[in-house]
Ligand binder design. Sequence first.
Ligand code: ADP
Ligand code: MG
Ligand code: MG
Length: 526
Amino acid sequence: MASASVLSAWPPTLTDAQIHALTVQATTYALSNGLLYLPPAERQPPIPESAIHAPLALFPSPFPRSIFEHAKRIQRTYNVLYSRIAQHEQFLDRVMGTENGVGKVDDFIGQLWTGWKQLRDEGLVQPLHLGLFRSDYLLHAPSGESPSLKQVEFNTISSSFGALSERTAAMHRYLNASTQYYNASSHLKTDSFPENDTVAGLVEGLATAHKAYNNEKAYILFVVQPGERNIFDQRPLEYKLLEKYSIHVIRQTFDELALSATLDPETRVLRISCATDLHTDGSVEISTVYFRAGYAPVEYQTPAHYHTRFLLERSRAIKCPSIALQLAGGKKVQEVLTRSGVLEGFLSDETKWGKAAFRKEEVDELRESFMGMWGLDVGQDMITPDHDALESGEENFGVRKARELAPSLVLKPQREGGGNNVYKESIPAFLDTLPPKDRQAWIAMELIVPPSGASNYLIRAGGDNQRAVKAEVVSELGIFGWALFGDESTDMIEKEVGWLVRTKGKESNEGGVATGFSVLDSVLLV
Ligand code: ADP
Ligand code: MG
Ligand code: MG
């Protein structure tokens, strides 16, 4: 396979002087074009005054063109799939609820589900949900087979790096236009650098929700984390909303919202007081709530934080995501989807979906992107929880199987944002200490085996003269999409809108740019 040979010869050979010159051009481009991070929270002055360039790969990473196109195409099906999951309350109750689902043993999921259930019982006033999604993949090429596309996870909350990935793609295109990488490789051709317009795409999603809310003067609320370093990934969405759609954005943390957010008791219109805004009478109405926060338990230190989240959920504003959609993005849901018939129920069941049913081939395409998964709590059939074993503390079949297959597995809890998984050799010792009842909150997933041989130069800011470090790497592709759905009288709207590559050193199990494990990259189609 051509791409395998390209990978093992990547990157092409250049002199140290050429690598140095390219590194200067790359970092200067990054600094010129907002491919940046703020310093860590403790070193941020109240008014930002300096930033560092984001971690970068010097070369784009070769990726098979047909698989790239395939990943973009199936995003459309994933958009529909997750919108249907979010609207299937019984399914989410069963899988994520506190009665018999994950929420029973995972306090964070339990809190979110319980709050959502109460609001449902009271009656929600906004039927629409907005999802800005990112589906993540690795190439899977066990024992040198030709690579196929396998999904790592599907993100439904705070899917980041739209703006920074667009800029990274532009940086690689610029380096090629400027230097042609010193003619180092015949693969570095202009038409092998695909377009990446993720910012415009994600913003179209937000603007479409805003329009559906139907109050031109309303603002979009970005819910953000205190001390956020990744603002250069968030602000461009805000700038584009204003420039292209004349939509204003207000950014607030949960703590700020606890003081500023109010609901009209009758209409449940959400208003945020903002004394600094000259254009308003001291408060603004919110059309859409976009969460770049709220996905991790540490963000809910007190009941007041949950209270704020539920106040937003209770409002008439359109939530991106709704709690339902956040729960739909759980790793447990991803596992349940691999079970026989579940995907079919959501996609191809004609009695349920009529003309909106997908063809068998389309469903099979999605299924082919799944790795094997099971719940750690299951018995022999790999589906039903083994309650006896969970009570007695004995090892059930799902745990025994995880021990047996540990070298080729990753265990995942219901968490987002990186740094939560348990890999390979660490699995047996972890299982020794995991309380039996917590098994229900974890899934086991077969490890994807990426093609080996590719290297790249990884560039990180921070003092060192020799900043481009050559390393063997693995690249993770993310595809962005959005969906606006939930109103029975109108059809859902959904789109695939762009892509992201994060590249990590081969020896690292985790990815995650924000957590320092990986760098931003782009694809070179081969
Ligand atoms: P999070 O929601 O915290 O980002 P992920 O499921 O994406 O969790 O896992 C984090 C990282 O772990 C991924 O970016 C990937 O590098 C690695 N990883 C996760 N699942 C697998 C897998 N099945 N095979 C190989 N690597 C994986
Ligand atoms: Mg991830
Ligand atoms: Mg995630």
